[in-house]
Design a binder for this molecule. Structure first.
Ligand SMILES: C[S@@+](CC[C@H](N)C(=O)[O-])C[C@H]1O[C@@H](n2cnc3c(N)ncnc32)[C@H](O)[C@@H]1O
Length: 185
């Protein structure tokens, strides 16, 4: 039987480690793309390392749609959001495999973050097609994978899936950090 690639729920706590900010600063990663009032996606949000800062950036009139397959990630995401007074701006969306998981999301979002998630998803063709569908024309997708954990050729295969879905690169591919920006055309 194939071993599950999904990171265990308790890893969600490790991903919140404050020193992570030195390498993965949400203000630097998402900040340039976010404005008050925007609707944005944190796909594979876990416990919201990026979602909460993004909720601050989109302000009271904005919304962060957090997708994940593990309900336990959402327990702590929502607890943290409540504590920070950001609960109204965060909408958890559990992926169950039903079409209703994405109800109302077509061409809704101004930005999507896909950070350290794609390698855990078995059907990346469907993943990028889904993200493409949820974004507005002209919107940005920030795509990153964990270097070391994901090989360059695997990352480049993901990049091809994104392009097949219709995304166009809007930055150079960084093969050291395994990051690239895409735009929905
Ligand atoms: C390594 S964590 C990264 C979390 C977050 N993006 C971050 O950088 O802090 C990967 C997350 O993706 C979620 N995930 C895995 N497969 C998924 C899928 N098919 N759809 C949505 N989320 C998924 C996992 O449950 C986990 O929370």
């Amino acid at each position: 039987m194939e071993k599950s690639k999904v990171c265990p729920w308790w890893m969600g706590y490790l991903l919140l480690f404050p020193l992570r900010k030195i390498r993965h600063n949400p203000d630097q990663i998402a900040g340039p793309f976010l404005k008050p009032g925007m609707k944005v996606i944190d796909y594979g949000s876990a416990m919201g390392y990026f979602s909460l800062p993004m909720a601050r950036m989109v302000g009271e009139t904005g919304r962060v749609y957090c997708f994940d397959i593990q309900p336990r990630m959402f327990v702590n995401l929502l607890r943290r959001a409540r504590k920070a007074g950001l609960e109204q701006r965060i909408e958890p969306r559990l992926i169950t495999g039903s079409d209703r998981d994405f109800e109302g999301m077509d061409q809704l979002a101004d930005f999507a973050l896909l950070f350290a998630v794609a390698h855990e998803v078995p059907d990346q063709e469907a993943l990028f097609a889904r993200l493409y569908r949820m974004l507005k024309p002209g919107a940005t997708l920030f795509f990153a994978e964990p270097p070391g954990h994901v090989k360059i050729r695997e990352f480049l295969r993901s990049v091809s899936w994104a392009e097949k879905a219709g995304f166009r690169k809007s930055s150079a591919v960084d093969l050291r950090k395994l990051t690239v920006l895409f735009q929905k055309i």
